[in-house]
Design a binder for this molecule. Structure first.
Ligand SMILES: [Zn+2]
Ligand SMILES: [Zn+2]
Length: 325
């Protein structure tokens, strides 16, 4: 069975659960651990059966509950190397250093990187040696397998039970699920979207898109379910309360996809194959669900089988009904 549950989508938190065969994956952890568990249970998903967490990018609406959730469950987290580094930098408290302490930290960092490079060379580059190189010298303790939540007080905020790296454009498997990450245009270190395949079903997650880049459109082909960003209404954004600089950011080629942007894709790029389309990452300030829906429905006029209950709108406050294949 393949099953997809969108637990939350929007600037206050993004997270979904994808089940394929006997494997269960959390896609982003943008809610607190407690809230993630609560929504999963309400949706009939047992959090303790999660096998892994995969991360699209390091923005807080995608990683807010990451460390606590991963530690509590003792499961691996999959990032690109750059996203992991950006996340570590983000959660590591900044300390002011004297010059001598800074120089010593750099020396240690160099030694750690050299040692990691050597052990990586010895081990043939397998495993997660990259973790040691990616973590700044400040990290207090080496990573441990199977952490217990009680120990978290002593841990660095970036400590995770296990880190696995992937690269955009290179598929990998987690249990019964093949995960295909692809680059998305967005202002993060190395942001990706995902296509998950299991039992012949393809589920795509594509939010946080400055625009519908050709490679993204290609990846979405043949998907049975697409979670697609429909972030803002252009007029609401233009006339809304955001400061000019933030409006520019949202509108930029590395910002967010508008209702019109999503509609243009649905009209011109979309292959009409999906059984389900979920519009997500709707802005609360610069959009209204009805505007997003109308824009998509208009664009889908030629793909009538997607109308009606097959078009869903995700939100930040509650999980959507699970979709099963
Ligand atoms: Zn983002
Ligand atoms: Zn986001």
């Amino acid at each position: 069975m393949v099953r997809f549950t969108c637990l939350a989508s929007g600037s206050k938190g993004n997270s979904s659960v994808l089940t394929g065969g006997s494997t269960r994956i959390l896609v982003d952890a943008g809610l607190s651990c407690r809230e993630l568990f609560r929504r999963m249970e309400l949706a009939g998903e047992d959090p303790r059966t999660l096998d892994a967490i995969v991360i699209t990018h390091e923005h807080s609406d995608h990683v807010h509950g990451l460390a606590v959730t991963a530690r509590k469950l003792g499961i691996p987290v999959y990032f690109t190397r750059q996203t992991h580094k950006a996340w570590v930098d983000q959660v590591t408290p900044k300390v002011k250093l004297t010059y001598a302490a800074w120089a010593e930290a750099r020396r240690q960092e160099k030694l750690t990187a050299e040692a990691a490079a050597e052990s990586a060379a010895e081990a043939g580059g397998a495993g997660d040696e990259g973790l040691a190189a990616g973590v700044p010298a400040m990290a207090e303790e080496p990573e441990e397998e199977g952490c217990e939540p009680e120990k978290t007080a002593k841990r660095a905020p970036s400590d995770l039970p296990q880190v696995e790296y992937f690269a955009a454009g290179e598929s990998f498997t987690i249990g019964d699920v093949t995960v295909s990450p692809f680059t998305i245009p967005h202002d993060a270190a190395d942001p990706v979207g995902f296509v998950f395949s299991a039992e012949g079903v393809r589920v795509a997650v594509a939010t946080d898109l400055g625009y519908m880049a050709p490679n993204v459109s290609m990846q979405l082909r043949g998907s049975d379910l697409i979670l697609l960003e429909s972030n803002h209404d252009l007029e609401m954004l233009r006339d809304g309360p955001y400061p000019w600089s933030l409006k520019q950011r949202v509108l930029s080629r590395v910002g967010h996809l508008s209702n019109d942007g999503a509609a243009e894709y649905l009209e011109q790029g979309y292959d009409g194959k999906a059984r389900w389309l979920i519009l997500g990452h709707l802005s609360e300030t610069n959009n209204m669900p009805e505007l997003a829906r109308i824009a998509a429905e208009r664009a889908l006029a030629n793909h009538a089988r997607l109308l009606g209950n097959r078009l869903m709108l995700a939100n930040q406050y509650e999980a959507l009904e699970s979709i099963c294949f």
